[in-house]
Design a protein around this ligand. Structure first.
Ligand code: TYM
Length: 335
C-alpha cells in the first residue's frame, strides 16, 4: 500500500523555461521524489489560451520534458506527462467550470493582466483557465502543489472550488495546499525588476533561459538593472533597490548563502564585481542541465517512452477521480 503524500505541478510550454521557472518551481520538485508520489506535467492545454505557433509548441513541450529530466526528475520515480494526453483534464475542467463563479474568475490577477496584454484575443479559455488548473490539481488528490508566488491565487481558487463542491456532494476532493518556496518564489526580470521574469512576455534582455549559452547569460547579468543610488553597495533592500535584491535572491538560492553573508562577501566591491559573480553561479548551475538536456533530446524513443508511461499512469489515477465526480453530479455511468 502506498501511503506517500502526493505532490503535483505543471508548467505551460508557452516559452522556453527560464531561471524563474527553475528557481521558483522545478528546483523544489526534484528533491522530493523519495518523500512524495509526484506528478509533473507539460500544461500544453493551458498554453493555447494565448496564440501559439503549433510547431514551436510541440518543440517546447518535448524540450520541457527533457529539461524536467535533466533538472533531476527521474521518470522512474516521478510521473511525467503531457497534459493533453490525459483527456480527463478537459473533462473535469468542464465540470469545474460549473462550480466556479463568474465573479471569482473575474478577480484573477493573471486574467486581468493577460487580457490587457492580449487585447485582441481575450478568449473564453483565458477566462476559465483556473477551472482547468483546478482540474489538473484535483484529479490527483495532491497534498501539496509547489508553485511560485504568481500561481498562489489560482491554487486558492481551487481551494474555494473544493469547499463548494465538497459542501454539496461530501468529501470528494482532498483540500490541496500551495507549497511556495521562502526564497525564489518570484524571480524578477533582469531589466525590469517590477515585473516577473517570464517565459513569454517581457523583452529578451530581462530573462535567462535554461538553454542560454554562457556568454549570453553573462551578458544578461552584466547589463542587469541595479539602481542609480550613489552608494552602489550590495545590500538587501527590495523596496529601494529591487534590482539588487533580485540578483541577491538568485545568488542566495543557488549558493545557499544568506543575504547577510552575501552583503559581507561583496562589501566594498560594488556592482562591477557582484553582477558577473551572479552570472558565474548561474552558468555553473545550468551547464550540466544543458548538457543532459541535449543528450536526452537526441533520444526521441526514450522521450516517447517516458511520456507514454507517464500518461498511462496519470490516466489511471485521473479516471478514478473523474468517475467519482460524474457519479456525484448525476451522470449515468457509461459502463
Ligand atoms: P507557468 O508556466 O507560468 O509557471 C510555471 C511555474 O513556475 C513558476 N514561475 C516562477 N517562479 C518564480 N519566479 C518567476 N519569475 C517565475 N515564473 C514562473 C510559477 O509560479 C509556476 O509554479 N498555470 C500554471 C501552470 C499550471 C499548473 C497547474 C501549476 C497548470 N496547471 C496545476 C500547478 C498545478 C502556469 O501558468 O505556470
Amino acid at each position: 500500500m502506498d501511503e506517500k503524500k502526493i505532490m503535483l505541478s505543471g508548467i505551460k510550454p508557452s516559452g522556453d523555461l527560464t531561471l524563474g521557472s527553475y528557481l521558483g518551481a522545478i528546483r523544489n520538485w526534484a528533491a522530493r521524489a523519495e518523500e512524495f508520489d509526484c506528478y509533473y506535467f507539460m500544461a500544453d492545454m493551458h498554453a493555447i489560451t494565448v496564440r501559439q505557433d503549433p510547431a514551436a509548441l510541440r518543440r517546447r513541450t518535448l524540450a520541457q520534458l527533457a529539461q524536467y529530466i535533466a533538472c533531476g526528475l527521474d521518470p522512474e520515480k516521478n510521473t511525467l506527462f503531457i497534459q493533453s494526453h490525459v483527456h480527463q483534464h478537459a473533462e473535469l475542467g468542464w465540470v469545474l467550470n460549473c462550480y466556479a463563479m463568474f465573479g471569482e474568475l473575474s478577480r484573477m490577477t493573471q486574467f486581468k493582466d493577460k487580457s490587457q496584454k492580449n487585447a485582441d484575443n481575450i478568449n473564453g479559455g483565458l477566462f476559465t483557465y483556473p477551472c482547468l488548473m483546478a482540474a489538473d490539481i484535483l484529479l490527483y488528490q495532491p497534498d501539496f502543489v509547489p508553485v511560485g508566488e504568481d500561481q498562489k491565487q489560482h491554487v486558492e481558487l481551487t481551494r474555494n472550488i473544493v469547499q463548494r463542491f465538497n459542501g454539496i456532494y461530501g468529501e470528494v476532493f482532498k483540500m490541496p495546499e500551495p507549497y511556495i518556496p521562502k526564497v525564489g518564489a518570484r524571480i524578477m526580470s533582469l531589466t525590469n525588476p517590477a515585473a516577473k521574469m517570464s517565459k513569454s512576455e517581457n523583452d529578451d534582455t530581462g530573462r535567462v533561459t535554461l538553454m542560454d549559452a554562457p556568454e549570453v547569460i553573462m551578458k544578461q547579468f552584466k547589463r542587469a538593472v541595479t539602481d542609480s543610488d550613489t552608494e552602489r553597495c550590495v545590500r538587501y533592500d527590495p523596496e529601494h533597490k529591487p534590482g539588487v535584491a533580485n540578483l541577491m535572491t538568485i545568488y542566495s538560492v543557488i549558493t545557499g548563502k544568506s543575504y547577510a553573508e552575501i552583503e559581507r562577501e561583496f562589501d566594498g566591491l560594488g556592482y562591477g564585481k557582484f553582477k558577473p559573480a551572479v552570472g558565474e553561479v548561474v552558468i555553473d548551475l545550468l551547464r550540466p542541465i544543458q548538457e543532459q538536456t541535449r543528450r536526452i533530446l537526441e533520444d526521441k524513443a526514450y522521450l516517447e517512452s517516458v511520456y507514454r508511461a507517464g500518461a498511462e499512469k496519470a490516466s489511471r489515477v485521473a479516471e478514478k477521480t473523474l468517475r467519482k465526480v460524474y457519479r456525484k453530479v448525476g451522470f449515468v455511468a457509461a459502463k
